[in-house]
Write a protein that binds this ligand. Structure first.
Ligand code: 5GP
Ligand code: MG
Length: 466
């Protein structure tokens, strides 16, 4: 579920500690819950909890995660379903042993698969679509586990990058469109897998390659074996990974996220220049794009907004929210720097438009003369069904409002977005390759009855009643 982070390692004496470190590096992909399942070859050990990695794990519970194999997960917070049952990895005990799975992405046919399984007697413990994968495996008639997993994965539609662990092997797989990233690395002679390469840097592993769309890799004591889940695959990595989700120190498809974001900023400056005194980012997500904008335009780069790194969950009364307290807790503007200045503020994206309007307000309060917003991605007009927690279509600012309307709603002197062509040029891609559905509505995998989310909501509300 959601845009989560996954990690796995096979055959290392400190497997769970390395997984814990890997999850630290992937923390930006999800802060709602964290979990690790390890194996010593005969037993699967399990620990998960709500909140960030640093709050979930300690020396004591890590020590209990024995064995030389481990998988881990950080879960992205989505509304309404925040509970420990949905934390991953999900582990189950079957007749012939235990298994666990950690998953990143959304299965778009989750609703119909779940109904089918339930009508056959399956009892679900979570509202997460990841549990479906385990049910499909457990019900498979294939005697061989690898075959059972292949059969199960062939029934899934949508996005999955996953790691699977049982007593004997670690299996990792990526859906045939390759929506979410997944890569393979090596350290101390053993294999590691992670959502992003920054996790390899963290644990001292060397990047080998990306797991291919539609590929399943089995790692066991016999070595490593690659097979294809589907014959026909495409390459539709989510372009939002380049824009926002991945860490700038990661590489996607061998390309630096940092450099790609900088290019977005450069092209944005070419496309939409403005006379101004300073360029500032909305830290940290737009730092690289703002640098690119500044370099290309020749306008000095400054940190006009300072972000607090200590905000976690805050307790703000609804009444205080209307006074922008949530934005003020996260950001403050540098007063003397802004005084009397014409400011270009660069953000990576506008979703609902709330961040930008609050920030523009703040910059004006702190003395900025003019505030021009430049966004390093095109207008988001469509919801994501493959793992990013975008709101429903009507909540997206650009789904029903024009750029001029948003400009006036957020109170900017001018608002310009990066063009879709500009974005594709920065990423070095062309139409039909990366998933750009949030900007165009062209979904690479059809969404059953516009369903995905709505259908899942129904399941979730039913479970809550239960
Ligand atoms: P808005 O306030 O317009 O709803 O959201 C825009 C801001 O949210 C931007 O600063 C952007 O960096 C950030 N953002 C974009 N996509 C996501 C996302 O999927 N999750 C979270 N938490 N923030 C996002
Ligand atoms: Mg941001």
């Amino acid at each position: 579920m959601g845009d989560c982070g996954i990690f796995g390692i096979y055959g290392h004496s400190e497997a769970s500690v390395i997984t814990y470190m890997g999850l630290y590096a992937l923390q930006h992909r999800g802060q709602e819950s964290a979990g690790i399942v390890s194996s010593d070859g005969s037993i699967l050990y399990h620990y998960k909890g709500m909140g960030e990695v640093r709050f979930v794990f300690n020396e004591e519970n890590l020590r209990k995660l024995k064995g030389s194999r481990a998988i881990g997960h950080v879960r992205y917070s989505t509304t309404g379903t925040s509970n420990i049952y949905n934390a991953q990895p999900i582990k189950v005990d079957l007749l012939d042993g235990s298994l666990a799975v950690a998953h990143n992405g959304n299965i778009v046919n989750a609703y119909s698969l779940r109904r089918e399984l339930e009508s056959g007697g399956a009892i679900f413990h979570t509202t997460s679509d990841s549990e479906i994968i385990l049910h499909l495996i457990s019900r498979s008639k294939d005697r061989d586990r690898v075959e059972a997993i292949l059969t199960a994965l062939r029934k899934l539609e949508g996005a999955y990058s996953l790691v699977y662990l049982d007593e004997d092997r670690l299996i990792t797989a990526r859906d045939p469109c390759g929506f979410r990233p997944l890569c393979l690395g090596r350290m101390d002679g053993v294999f590691v897998v992670a959502s992003e390469t920054c996790a390899f840097d963290m644990v001292g592993a060397e990047y080998i390659r990306d797991i291919k769309p539609g590929e399943m890799v089995v790692i066991s004591k016999d070595g490593i074996e690659s097979m294809m889940i589907h014959k026909s695959v495409s390459n539709n990595l989510c372009i939002f990974e380049y824009i926002y989700f991945s860490r700038p120190d990661s590489c996607l498809e061998g390309k630096s996220v940092y450099q790609t974001r900088k290019k977005m900023g450069r092209i944005l400056a070419e496309e939409s220049p403005v006379d101004a005194d300073i360029v500032i980012p909305v830290p940290d997500s737009s730092n690289c794009a703002a640098l690119g904008y500044a370099e290309e335009s020749g306008i000095p780069f400054e940190f006009g907004l300072i972000r607090s790194h200590y905000i976690g969950r805050t307790f703000i009364e609804p009444e205080q929210k209307t006074r922008d307290f949530d934005a003020r807790i996260k950001y403050n503007a540098v007063r003397n720097l802004l005084d009397g200045k014409r400011v270009v503020v660069v953000d990576d994206s506008i979703v609902r438009g709330t961040t930008s309007s609050k920030i523009i307000n703040m910059l004006r309060r702190m003395g900025a003369d003019e505030v021009h917003l430049r966004v390093s991605s095109p207008p988001i007009t469509h919801s994501c069904f493959y793992g990013i927690d975008t709101p429903t279509r009507k909540e997206l600012a650009a789904s029903s409002s024009s750029v001029e309307e948003i400009e006036s709603f957020i109170g900017a002197d001018s608002l310009r977005y990066l063009s879709l062509d500009g974005l594709m040029k920065a990423v070095g891609t062309k139409r039909g390759k990366h998933c750009i559905a949030c900007f165009t509505g062209d979904y690479p995998v059809p969404i059953p009855e516009e369903a995905g989310k709505e259908a899942l909501e129904k399941v979730i509300s039913r479970i809550r009643l239960f």
